[in-house]
Design a protein around this ligand. Structure first.
Ligand code: GLU
Length: 290
């Protein structure tokens, strides 16, 4: 069995550094790198028409994923790379923080919430897939990561995805691409919850051997508990994060794609503010105008 200690140590270092990133800001305060646009007009977008008529934008997010989409219950402050991407896109559409309504939605319910018109867009570790595109559309991608593994710090039997044998219980979120990959391609015993924080609790309590999801997500949890949790192995999938939008509103999708494409400096500032301390180089991916 191949040991991949170098990678896991690098990931632990990145995770430890992420603890500091929480202090680096990038939140809804006054120091954000974007500006709120005036008088936005867009022909042929029912989504923006509805947002403008309502006077607020409803954005689906995660709120238990530190570094990406997180709600501090004590202060009410939201933070993270995804949340700042959402704030930036809202600003491009002409809406500031006071006009954003956040809606926390777990992985399994994202498509349906968009289809039902309960949210205007979704920004939260949402991988672009052909299956999902049957129900919704995606702007982006705006980030790329890959499926990883997180285990207890004292676990030295699971070193990589090659160790996911049938006696290993692996926890992930219902409706996510990582749990589907486990079911389709691995012998490991799957365990599902609505959220990844529930899976983390299972590993901490010994109910599951590992959590699997995108490495960017796992880094945030490892940063919170560097003494008890570790990331092991190399990423074993490619996940392209998109902004989920209602299907068929091409004007809205292309508006967001233009904003992402023209805002390279803003993107870099958002990455650096939220994830720069991980040491992972933030490279903005090219948008896919399918
Ligand atoms: N990016 C993966 C997905 O969209 C996993 C993360 C998540 O569940 O949000 O399924």
């Amino acid at each position: 069995m191949k040991k991949r200690r170098i990678t896991s140590l690098a990931a632990v270092g990145a995770a430890a550094a992420l603890v500091l990133a929480g202090c680096a800001g990038g939140g809804g305060g006054g120091d954000q790198p974007w500006e709120v646009a005036d008088d936005v007009e867009l022909e042929g977008s029912p989504t923006l028409d509805a947002i403008q008529a309502r006077g607020s934008i409803v954005i689906g997010v995660k709120e238990d994923q530190p570094g990406l989409g997180y709600l501090d219950a004590a202060t009410g402050e939201r933070s993270g790379f995804d949340v700042d991407i959402a704030r930036w896109m809202a600003a491009e559409l002409g809406f500031d923080e006071d006009q954003i309504e956040y809606s926390a939605i777990p992985s399994a319910n994202r498509e349906q919430e968009l289809v039902n018109g309960n949210i205007d867009m979704y920004v939260g570790t949402y991988s672009i897939t052909d299956d999902r595109k049957e129900q919704i559309d995606f702007a982006g991608p705006y980030a790329i990561t890959g499926q990883g593994l997180l285990v207890s710090a004292d676990n030295d039997t699971i070193q990589s995805d090659e160790d996911l044998t049938s006696d290993v219980t692996v926890c992930s979120a219902t409706g996510s691409t990582p749990i589907q990959n486990i079911r389709d391609n691995y012998d490991a015993t799957p365990m599902e919850y609505d959220t990844y924080s529930q899976c983390i609790a299972q590993v901490e309590d010994g109910g599951a051997d590992a959590v699997t999801t995108d490495e960017l997500i796992l880094l945030g949890y490892a940063a919170q508990s560097p003494d008890t949790l570790q990331i092991v192995g190399e990423p074993f999938s490619e996940e392209l994060y998109g902004i989920g939008v209602p299907k068929g509103d091409d004007a809205f999708r292309e508006f967001l794609n233009d904003a992402l494409e023209n805002g390279g400096d803003i993107w870099t500032a958002i990455w650096d503010n939220n994830l720069g301390a991980t040491g992972i180089e933030g490279d903005q991916p090219a948008v896919d105008r399918y």
